[in-house]
Design a protein around this ligand. Sequence first.
Ligand code: PGA
Length: 239
Amino acid sequence: MRKLVAGNWKMNGNLAQLAELDAIAAAAEANSGVDVAVCPPFTLIVPARERAPGLAIGAQDVHAKDCGAHTGCISAPMLKEAGARLVIVGHSERRADQYEKDEEVRAKATAALAAGLQTIVCVGESEAQREAGEHIAVVTRQLQGSLPTERGSGELVIAYEPIWAIGTGKTATPEDVREMHAAIRNHVGKGVRILYGGSVKADNAAELFATPNVDGALVGGASLTAAQFVPIIEAAAGV
Ligand code: PGA
């Protein structure tokens, strides 16, 4: 499967920082065997599309409804109109900070896929759950609860992001990743890309991409600059 390297800027970036997209878009074009995307904050989606028309630009969240009385929310048709090609749903930061549950993540994913967006559904266990040996059971439960039953016209993608590895500099060992991605593959079957996320950097990317069933990466901190993100794109192209 083609690898997908997606950047999640979280609540970072501004118009000036879109200059980073120039070299990221150039790397995406030069490494045409890899799919590359950047998900900036909502307000930067349109200017990012204008700055880098060839690059896939996405969002970090979406509401499950198309329109209505939902102050502060953004719908899948709105994202499509803004030119977004993908969206992340169920990120652990939203599950924690906005108390999102599996059922809501499923509704968001269903709406996004119906709108034709590539939809990255995030799952991952906490450190305590891993230490208790519950990581596979926890992620399996999240998949059962969060994955849509209708696929729409968009592409479903899974991102396994162990919570303890996000923004911490800790990465899961290749053996941890191999075990979890095999379990997820078992659940979703062939043809669904499974990304790894959690402190992916230039120096660990090649090893992660060489791990079975790792079909790409969801990259937070290291996607904010071309200097850090481009080597990850190149690592994906090299395997
Ligand atoms: P990180 O974030 O690469 O900064 O650990 C990954 C993510 O949360 O998607």
